[in-house]
Design a protein. Structure first.
Length: 114
């Protein structure tokens, strides 16, 4: 979901939404969304046997390449290396809990602005 779309859902201009968002979270909306997606990807790498491609799609990245580039820039390691170091080898494999709809741009239907 784009920052423009988030601002529209909040019935604010993009600039006002971004300013309020930064005041509340300490970072801009795009960076916050990227950070949440990478956090979820990290969790999936630790708890599932899903492919990198499947994880990248589930977390809202446009491609596995984009996911790998962002993951490496943020964590200074590749997703595959991270998985081999931090996989929980004692838990069940193969499926993950439903992803939060907000990560994928879903969730509650948008309400019309007054």
């Amino acid at each position: 979901m784009s920052v423009d779309a988030l601002a529209h859902r909040a019935c604010m201009s993009t600039r006002t939404f971004s300013r309020h968002f930064y005041e509340t979270t300490g970072m801009g909306p795009a960076k916050w969304i990227l950070t949440r997606r990478l956090d979820e990807a990290r969790r999936l790498l630790e708890t599932t046997t899903w492919s990198i491609t499947r994880i990248s799609a589930a977390c809202g990245f446009a491609s596995a390449v984009t996911f790998r580039q962002n993951f490496t820039a943020h964590y200074a390691t590749t997703p595959a290396s991270y998985r081999s170091r931090f996989t929980d080898r004692t838990g069940p494999k193969g499926s993950a809990a439903e992803l939060p709809a907000t990560l994928l741009g879903g969730g509650e239907p948008a309400q019309p602005c007054p």
